[in-house]
Write a protein that binds this ligand. Structure first.
Ligand SMILES: Cc1ncc(COP(=O)(O)O)c(C=O)c1O
Length: 404
């Protein structure tokens, strides 16, 4: 196989540039994944995940936040192999649905290690989770609280706070959470409904590139703790969510900067009595552990004089690359062509949907001799890819996953 390289990221005028000699960024490339791809040549598109990287990420986070309980956000990559790897290391799990709960339970994970973190649950799911023994439920509204009180009487609950998603490449703001004043009211109401109000949670936005975003969110959480104390509530749980980044094209701060921002926030705003700390990483644990391999189906131009090529792949928005929506997540890319100059290209997926364009505004440079049948790899693609694939759209089968 030809030496692989990554797409260059600079330029934008369509002129051919020399081949980018190295990776477009510091994206981690696993030798184990490369050996697997070379030996097995699996049909594409496919995702290959290196479980040793997942484990290493868990250990790194564990070391930097030794007092936190780590709840892996299953939604980031719900494969049994990933869940089992993290379970063996002692992780707990944040669930979005009954389906994720089943998967964890089938792997023998105890209900005391599960938290139902979605603030929009079906009543029946709440009942089933409670029946299994789950005792941690998120809410951000009175109506959800009433559902939980009805279907999981006596359960432990925490209120999700609304926070700004600034600094996040995949923000989770607006849809989730409530303002601190409302959280104080709701936590009080939880007690009145026979639930156990434990504390608060927030999520500063996924792929958060600014560690200090945790500081302001911790300050809001402290307001809720203090406000609730005035009503006699003794909250002791602080869930600082996920948001820790993977390495895409843009450089990110080291994990230690995130841990430090959280530790300082806790010291400054919870000086007297630090709360029980929960983190819910998804992307950080699995993102850099995966490579999504695709194959070029077509290279074309819209006119003889058009300077940008269209490169159509067998992977696209609907089978793995959903987070290129709005061109928010910029994966580092490498191809099976080497030694050629590169030039700007538009990357698109295989469906008959004009929204299935992967990158147009973002400048991706690909080798000038890239041809049908060549491979294009999306690096750091272990999170929010395979699990996002549509099942029926245009009749393409969902992306296949492999683990090494
Ligand atoms: C409640 C909750 N916790 C944790 C996460 C994981 O976030 P990330 O992948 O950014 O770490 C998410 C992501 O959507 C979430 O909704």
């Amino acid at each position: 196989m030809a030496r692989e390289h990554t797409a260059n990221i600079d330029g934008g005028d369509g002129a051919a540039l020399p081949e980018d000699p190295g990776l477009a960024c510091d994206a981690l490339v696993s030798g184990r994944i490369d050996r697997f791809l070379a030996a097995r040549r699996p049909p594409t598109p496919c995702l290959v995940v290196d479980l040793e990287i997942v484990a290493a990420r868990y250990r790194a986070l564990r070391a930097l936040l030794p007092d936190a309980t780590i709840f892996y956000a299953v939604k980031a990559n719900p494969s049994a192999a990933v869940i089992a790897t993290l379970a063996a290391l002692g992780a707990s799990f944040d669930l979005a649905s009954e389906g994720e709960m089943r998967r964890c339970r089938e792997l023998g994970i105890g209900a005391e290690r599960l938290s139902f973190g979605n603030t929009i649950k079906r009543a029946a799911e709440i009942g089933k989770a409670r029946g299994e023994g789950v005792d941690l439920f998120a809410f951000d509204s009175g109506a959800e609280l009433e559902k939980i009180a009805r279907c999981a009487p006596g359960a432990g609950v925490f209120c999700r706070l609304l926070v700004q998603g600034r600094g996040a490449q995949w923000p989770l703001s607006r849809k989730f959470g409530c303002v601190p004043e409302m959280a104080v009211d709701l936590l009080q109401r939880a007690k009145g409904l026979g639930l156990r109000p434990l504390g608060v949670s927030f999520h500063v936005g996924s792929q958060q590139t600014e560690p200090l975003r945790w500081r302001s969110a911790i300050a809001s959480a402290a307001r809720v703790f203090h406000g609730s104390a005035r009503f006699g509530l003794d909250l002791d749980l602080l869930n600082v969510g996920g948001g820790f980044p993977a390495q895409y094209r843009v450089a990110i701060p080291p994990l230690a900067a995130y841990a430090e921002a959280i530790a300082r926030g806790l010291a400054d705003y919870f000086s007297g009595s630090p709360p029980r700390l929960i983190v819910e990483p998804g992307r950080y644990l699995v993102g850099d552990a995966g490579i999504l391999r695709s194959t070029v189906l077509l290279v074309s131009r819209k006119s003889r004089h058009a300077h940008r090529r269209w490169v159509y792949l067998d992977a696209g928005r609907y089978n793995g690359l959903a987070e290129t929506l709005g061109e928010r997540i910029h994966y580092a890319i490498r191809t099976s062509r080497a030694g050629s100059p590169s030039e700007s290209a538009i990357l698109a997926g295989p469906t008959c949907d004009s929204a299935d364009v992967i990158y147009n505004r973002a400048d991706y440079r690909l080798p000038v001799d890239l041809a049908i049948g060549d491979t294009v790899d999306f690096l750091s693609a272990g999170a929010y890819t395979a699990s996002y694939a549509s099942v029926e759209f245009n009749g393409f089968t969902p992306i296949q996953s492999y683990w090494v």
